[in-house]
Ligand binder design. Structure first.
Ligand code: ATP
Ligand code: MG
Length: 555
């Protein structure tokens, strides 16, 4: 159990509840994660997942996974499967406690009938227009001409609603609570409405569907949930949650606790908005590496550890906050810095010819796999007379303080290999550089020169030209230019960053990278952290840049 100093407000409540005299004294903490299967999980859901599964785990409790498929529209088994995969990938498990909200339709119906019998619910026949008109305002109570309909009549009408005798919108079932309440959710809220729509699991069995506010507390109670943790928009619904729990005949009385939703800069986190990006082709799919979805982040190269570290860092507050995207990136960098093997690749290659290195010779040099992890050792890398280096590591006429390759310029270290001095370049008829020439110091392999001279140039990454493999690199930046795309309402799509994906072809990589598999992570020296994309195939290597080495690399 968390100690007093590090526990968040939810844990403090839970601790109170299970302590002697608390409302759940002696009970096992039991939470649930209730995604609506109408889209893929995004980074906001990770916060909820870490709270739901994490709180249970901290108290030795358990957490259910429940598909909240009460609302029949836009649900799909594709989403259900993807949600399960994503949660497992993050490292959480629900064991055999996987449920569908729709599994409780029968029971929920019975409980609604029970409410009618107790005089606590009635069938109402206001039109949608009248509903608005009769709703009242803070100074005026609502009006509900049908709330005194006799119990028998409501029971009969409700059954016939269920049997499909009436058109959509003709009747609703409403709770009889308080028409004068300052909380509009309590002004005789609708519990059931008629909808002729096929449900993804129930087919056409039902044409009446419970509202979320009625269904959710019942589902929680039937599963024996102790703590129903949800985001802040449900705070005003808590009195209704409690009312339902206290008035229907269920075996337990879960407690709802709300926390702030997570927002992140330069992206949107509503499934509806994300779905539109997919459906209208702004991105290549739910798993486009620019998407804040879990599958997008995974494809981009995010690790479960980095995402969990991120949710730990942002903490659990009750005050809504928007977190800077760079915090997520920093968490990934921290994780990959410790774990990702270092490799060399050249994004925009140009030949480097070492004129005094014998043409027929080649050798292997040992290059460190991870300087922050000595146990990672070294790997052999082939070195020969012709290498690929980064075009921007050469300037024929150097800028002030340029420390890379320039004719007569400073000696530069080729990572893990020799010191070289640039002597000049070849150009084509348009003046473009086609090769850089240099000489090397045969006595300088891997270490500083014995004569004690100071190396002023930079250490450069390189790839052996004869054995290099071709690769494509996909470089990403923010999907939206504006930090708060939600501020533009449905015009958010007009603020997509047209340069959020930059595809670089003709890159060159160390030969061994030909064997890399999707989700393998690497640090490409000086370029950032990269992972193999699923579009990669034998002979066609595709890498995503997961994150640049430094914050603000490309703003
Ligand atoms: P969306 O607007 O993205 O569809 P939602 O709340 O409708 O969000 P659900 O699938 O119903 O999505 O959410 C499942 C759980 O995840 C809920 O408990 C919800 O409170 C939580 N959740 C969703 N988005 C966030 C977020 N941005 N931050 C924290 N929790 C979230
Ligand atoms: Mg929802």
């Amino acid at each position: 159990m968390a100690d007093n100093d590090s526990r968040n407000f939810i844990e403090a409540f839970v601790e109170e509840d299970i302590a002697p005299g608390g409302r759940f004294e002696g009970m096992q903490v039991h939470t649930r994660f209730p995604p609506e299967p109408n889209g893929y999980l995004h980074i906001g859901h990770c916060k909820a997942l870490c709270i739901d599964f994490g709180t249970a785990a901290r108290f030795g409790g358990i957490c259910n996974l429940r598909m909240d498929d009460t609302n029949p529209a836009k649900e799909d088994t594709e989403y259900v499967d993807a949600i399960k995969d994503d949660i497992h990938w993050l490292g959480f498990d629900w064991d055999d406690r996987f449920f569908y909200g729709s599994d409780y339709f029968e029971k929920t119906y019975e409980l609604a009938v029970g409410l009618i019998k107790k005089g606590l619910a009635y069938v109402c026949e206001l039109t949608p227009e009248q509903f608005k008109e009769y709703r009242g305002d803070t100074a005026t109570p609502a009006r509900s001409p049908w709330r005194d309909r006799p119990v028998e009549e409501s029971l009969d009408l409700f059954e016939r609603m269920k049997n499909g005798e009436f058109p959509e919108g003709k009747y609703t079932l409403r709770a009889k609570i308080d028409l004068t309440s300052g909380n509009f959710n309590m002004r005789d809220p609708v519990l059931y409405r008629i909808r002729y729509i096929e449900h993804h699991r129930q087919g056409t069995k039902w044409c009446i569907f419970p509202m979320y506010d009625f269904a959710h507390p019942i589902q929680d109670a039937l599963e024996g949930i102790t703590h129903s943790l949800c985001s802040l928009e449900y705070e005003d619904h808590r009195p209704l949650y409690d009312w339902v729990i206290n008035h229907v005949d269920v075996p337990s009385k879960p407690r709802q606790i709300e926390f702030a939703r997570l927002g992140i800069t330069n992206t949107v986190l509503s499934k509806r908005k994300l779905r539109r990006l997919v459906e209208e082709g702004y991105v290549s799919g739910w798993d486009d590496p620019r998407m804040p979805t879990l599958c997008g982040l995974r494809r981009r190269g995010y690790t479960p550890a980095s995402i969990r570290a991120f949710t730990d860092k942002i903490g659990v507050a009750k005050v809504p906050s928007t977190v800077d995207y760079s915090l997520l990136e920093a968490c990934l960098r921290d994780d990959l810095n410790a774990h990702a093997p270092r490799r060399m690749a050249v994004l925009r290659p140009v030949k480097l010819i070492i004129d005094n290195y014998p043409a027929e010779k080649s050798e292997t040099v040992e290059v460190e796999n991870n300087p922050s992890d000595p146990a990672a050792g070294t790997r052999p890398v082939r070195f020969s007379r012709e290498l690929w280096v980064e075009a921007e590591d050469f300037m024929e006429v150097p800028a002030p303080k340029y420390k890379r390759l320039t004719p007569g310029g400073p000696e530069c270290r080729l990572k893990g290999a020799y010191l070289v001095t640039c002597t000049g370049c070849d150009k084509d008829e348009h003046g473009n550089v086609t090769a850089i020439h240099c000489t090397y110091d045969p006595a300088s392999c891997g270490g500083d020169p014995a004569d004690g001279r100071k190396v002023r140039g930079a250490t450069l990454h390189w790839v052996d030209a004869a054995t290099a493999v071709d690769m494509e690199a996909r470089l990403y930046s923010n999907l939206f230019l504006d930090p708060d795309p939600d501020a533009f309402g449905d015009a958010y799509v007009e603020h997509i960053n047209p340069e959020s994906l930059q595809t670089v072809t003709g890159c060159k990589a160390e030969a061994a990278l030909a064997e890399a598999k999707p989700q393998d992570d690497f640090q490409f020296l000086r370029l950032g952290y990269f992972t193999v994309d699923k579009d990669s195939a034998p002979g066609r290597l595709v890498f995503n840049r997961s994150v640049a080495l430094k914050d603000g690399f490309k703003k």
